[in-house]
Design a protein around this ligand. Structure first.
Ligand code: WT7
Length: 572
């Protein structure tokens, strides 16, 4: 490859020699770091919090939290007590038992983290929902998972169609002045009264931990189930890839509604006993740089769209802040442009390390490590202990530099264990030979660096968020003016892709700018702001297969002005 390489970073790292570790590492080594290796008693929340509260880390800060109105810190001991209290509240008033689904639908706040950890301590399966979800998206997920308990806020609860969710037994409201009627319970009040001791529910390593809903190119969003065993990989990648060390101040900018915000916003940092920064509120370049300066953030995990927005805010802004604490910067979610890496070198004097993984993989699988050269444009190499390959559609491994399916050999510790209530869908991810097929196309060079080429399916990555076109199309079709809808990702310099909808109107409707806006708002308020099409184009007719399926591939070719390829299945 003709690309320039960026030499290894300077310093002492948890992973010192990639090749050697790759040859010798065995996951059983990682298991030694957990207390269950001796006691046999497993629970993620115990390993992430309580265990540290019993050591020299007792009074170490576990959580630095701030938003526009709050600024708080909590030690590991305090996190232990507050998550115990949350567990008691969920158990006493929500009747939560092992295996029950407890959903959390609220903006980031300390209470969100107490609730997640408290639910996990009860052996419940946690379902975090991004705060921007509107009624349709919330209902789909609570219905599919048959959630028993929901923790939310008075501001968001009107998006929960309580009467249409028979499985939902209790709703905890986090906030002030809450009236306790029907299924509604005042969370903060109960927290004040709760016992700080809790009997932890010990679970099997293969018991359910967390359920993240994610989108594919077809069908409703699907529930990806992860189990407690994932902690082995969360821990090990937090060491090797995030390079977390005892004195680090770590900040992951992702919301726990997405997998990055749980695997590396909760589990990775706390399993390693690291001080974790969490900020609430909306993205603003000034606030982000200020947070790094104020907390002295040393390790920072964010996403290409955020870096591109910071880049757009200008280099002069960076100079106003003291960001010298930064030691290690990482990125995930979309292609990390070489241009962004070069910008990072210039303004932070640091390399930005790309990492690749997905909701289904549960933890980082491919990454650039501090000890390794970076080839800008490549996502790095497979983590030791996991076999990654480029395979054809039958599961045959392809030689170097040949494009194909980015695939992972079944059996890595954090692998999803189930698609909720949909075993057939789960099986469809795997090819003969035990290859998990990611849906991404890529090639691998002679040195084992993986180069992302694109999605194979129609999944859209917009601002690092994964949106399934089907979900958006279904919502569009609910609008009275819409007869047909096809949705694609359109390349965008800042957001990676934006959502573009092609719409054919019902007979009585005339195209207009107002109608476009009305349709956009309809999706925004019915599904989620990030899922609303930024662009809408009206067409008399959309390209369909003879069986009536909208051909997104053809829409994409219209958009990009490229040949559409094989049209033999298209209707006349
Ligand atoms: C899809 C997974 C778990 C991370 C957050 C997204 C894309 C992820 C990269 C990267 C290029 C990337 C892939 C993948 N993706 N990381 N470093 N470079 N693309 O998780 O919502 O499950 O989406 O994100 O297309 O399949 P997700």
């Amino acid at each position: 490859m003709g690309t320039q390489r960026i030499p290894a970073a300077q310093g002492v790292y948890n992973l010192q020699d990639y090749d050697k570790t790759r040859q010798t590492f065995d996951w059983q080594e990682a298991e030694k770091h957990f207390s269950w290796a001796e006691t046999g008693q497993v629970n993620m929340a115990y390993e992430a919090i309580d265990r540290h509260a019993e050591t020299f880390r007792k009074n170490k800060v576990a959580l630095y939290y701030r938003d526009e109105s709050r600024k708080e810190t909590y030690t590991f001991e305090e996190m232990k007590e507050l998550s115990n209290k949350a567990g008691n509240v969920l158990k006493t008033y929500g009747g939560v038992n092992k295996g029950d689904r407890v959903f959390i639908f609220m903006p980031r706040s300390p209470e969100l983290y107490f609730s997640i950890l408290g639910a996990i301590k009860l052996g419940a399966i946690v379902g975090p929902l991004f705060e921007a979800f509107m009624e349709g998206a919330v209902k789909d997920r609570l219905e599919d998972s048959e959630a028993k308990v929901l923790v939310t806020t008075p501001d968001l609860v009107h998006r929960v169609p309580v009467d249409e969710l028979p499985a939902l037994k209790a709703i905890f409201l986090v906030g002030e002045n809450i009236e306790e009627t029907g299924p509604f319970i005042n969370f903060n009040k109960k927290m004040k009264e709760a016992d700080k001791h809790l009997e932890i529910e010990w679970v099997d390593r293969e018991d359910g931990l967390i359920l993240h809903y994610t989108s594919g190119s077809t069908g409703r969003p699907k529930g990806v189930l992860h189990v407690h065993n994932a902690m082995i990989q969360h821990y090990q990648t937090a060491r090797w890839v995030l390079d977390l060390q005892e004195d680090d101040i770590y900040w992951c900018t992702a919301d726990p509604g997405w997998v990055t915000g749980t695997s590396y916003g909760i589990f990775g940092p706390w399993l390693t006993g690291t001080s974790n920064v969490i900020t609430g509120g909306r993205f603003k370049p000034e606030n982000w740089y200020q947070a790094i300066e104020d907390y002295g953030v040393t390790v920072w995990y964010s996403a290409p769209t955020a870096f591109r927005m910071l880049m757009g805010a200008g280099d002069e802004l960076v100079e106003k802040y003291d960001l010298s604490s930064l030691r290690h910067i990482l990125s995930v979610g979309e292609p990390l442009n070489p241009e962004v890496i070069r910008w990072g070198m210039k303004v932070f004097g640091k390399r930005i390390h790309d990492t690749w993984w997905m909701t289904e993989t549960g933890a980082i699988v491919v990454a650039n490590y501090p000890c390794m050269e970076i080839k800008p444009g490549s996502m790095g190499k497979a983590i030791p202990g996991v076999e990654v390959a480029i395979v054809d559609d039958r599961g045959n491994i392809l030689p170097p530099n040949r494009m194909g399916n980015l695939a992972i050999k079944k059996g890595w510790p954090a692998m999803m264990r189930e698609i909720w209530k949909n075993p057939q869908k789960y099986d469809s991810y795997f090819l003969p030979g035990g290859w998990y097929v990611s849906g991404d196309s890529a090639f691998m060079d002679e040195e084992g660096y993986v180069w992302f080429q694109g999605r194979i399916d129609d999944v859209i990555m917009t601002s690092g968020e994964r949106v399934g076109p089907f979900e958006v199309e279904s919502k569009l079709l609910e609008h009275p003016a819409v007869a047909e809808a096809g949705v694609i990702g359109k390349p965008d310099p800042v957001r990676g892709e934006i959502i573009k909808a092609f719409v054919a109107l019902m007979e009585d409707y005339e195209p207009s700018e107002e109608l476009k806006e009305d349709i956009r708002q309809f999706v925004k308020t019915g599904l989620a702001a990030h899922a609303a099409p930024r662009e809408i184009e009206f067409r008399d007719k959309l390209p369909k297969t003879r069986s009536g399926k909208i051909m997104r591939r053809v829409l994409k070719s219209w958009e990009l002005g490229l040949p559409a390829g094989d049209l033999s299945t298209m209707e006349d």
